[in-house]
Design a protein around this ligand. Structure first.
Ligand code: G3H
Ligand code: 13P
Ligand code: NA
Ligand code: ZN
Length: 328
């Protein structure tokens, strides 16, 4: 059954668990998440980026979600727009059956330039008002994702935002967060604490200097009843990197967000944990494996089925690690 982000995260807060929000673009990824959720009895957030919507097409995506919902009628399912950059993106998502939208006003509509606070408040407040009229939820973002190692801010597409940012742009300020939630009435708030999108988050095992979980704690102390969202939450497991490279890939060594740190974040009120890169990597390892071990193979299903199974296993792990299992 389709539910809103607010309904799902209220339940998660009551029971102290986190919900992984998986990005999907196609049938295989949609099935992987739903099958994993059904196996462990977990509620689901499926999210589609602007890129996903243009890749699959809104009509295909909407009908696919209808089919997934019909296949798994007992699993609570929130369909969420990831990183909406304008009112148009958010409102057209609602027209296609999304029950939640992210209005990311931390960046300007070019999804590159850090936005002034007043711009962020204004556009997020207007989207929240419209979404609430039709019973949908809204996620806002305050602070710019990016590296505390380099000071390089990061655009939504994983490419660098303009210039080097200051620490107070890269780490969300608790007082400003309080003001932002009151002014916009968002249902969930994405915060910045040193994570970034994609595989290359940290050049070493992150510690408190470059992954500022104390920021999450400080925000939670200030806003104990706001649902917090962590973007850039892939763990980029070392064993997946090794397998990717063993099957002919060339991925430079990198570090993601340790699952333990996310679990700590859940204790500080993190309720939605965005994961895309880990799913991509789990699938890509299987593509490489099939291609390497059976160079004569050309049936796409022989590539896609193991990839779907690998993503399913990863999703099941995250449902269990974040405590969402058993909560459908
Ligand atoms: O925010 C980034 C997500 O990983 C979605 O990526 O825009 O390539 O679909 P995408
Ligand atoms: P990752 O790139 O770490 O998977 O983050 C995904 C994300 O934040 C989508 O909004
Ligand atoms: Na999002
Ligand atoms: Zn994100």
């Amino acid at each position: 059954a389709r539910i809103t982000l607010r309904q799902l995260l209220d339940h998660a807060a009551e029971r102290d668990y986190g919900v992984p929000a998986f990005n999907i673009n196609n049938m295989e990824q949609g099935l992987a998440v739903m099958e994993a959720a059904a196996q462990v009895d977990a509620p689901v957030i499926l999210q589609a980026s602007r890129g996903a919507r243009s890749y699959a097409g809104d009509l295909m995506l909407a009908h696919m979600i209808d089919a997934l919902e019909a296949l798994y009628p007992t699993i609570p399912l929130c369909l969420h727009q990831d990183h909406g950059n304008s009112e148009a993106t958010c409102l057209t998502a609602l027209q296609h059956g999304f029950t939640s939208v992210m209005m990311d006003g931390s960046l300007m509509a070019d999804a590159k330039t850090p936005a002034p606070y007043a711009y962020n408040v204004d556009i997020t407040r207007r989207v929240a008002e419209a979404a609430h009229w039709v019973g949908a939820s809204v996620e806002g973002e305050l602070g710019v994702l990016g590296s505390l190692e380099t000071g390089q801010g990061e655009a939504e597409d994983g490419h660098g935002a303009e210039g080097v940012l200051s620490l107070d742009q890269l780490c969300t300020d608790p007082d400003q967060a309080l003001d932002f939630v009151a002014a916009t009435r968002v249902d969930a708030l994405a915060i910045a604490m040193g994570t970034s999108h994609g595989a290359y988050k940290f050049s070493r095992q992150p510690d408190g200097d470059i992954l500022a979980m104390d920021v999450v704690e400080a925000i939670h102390e200030r806003l104990s009843n706001t649902h917090l969202v962590m973007h850039g939450s892939s763990s980029v497991p070392q064993e997946l990197q090794d397998l990717f490279n063993a099957y002919g890939g060339r991925m430079p060594r990198t570090w993601g967000v340790p699952v333990d740190e996310i679990v700590r974040g859940i204790r500080f009120g993190v309720r939605k944990i965005n994961i895309d890169t880990d799913c991509r990597l789990a699938m890509a390892v299987q593509f490489r494996k099939t291609a390497t071990e059976n160079p004569a193979e050309f049936d796409p299903r022989k590539f896609l089925k193991p990839a779907m199974d690998a993503m399913k296993a990863l999703c099941r792990d995250r449902f269990e690690q974040f405590g969402a299992a058993g909560n459908a």
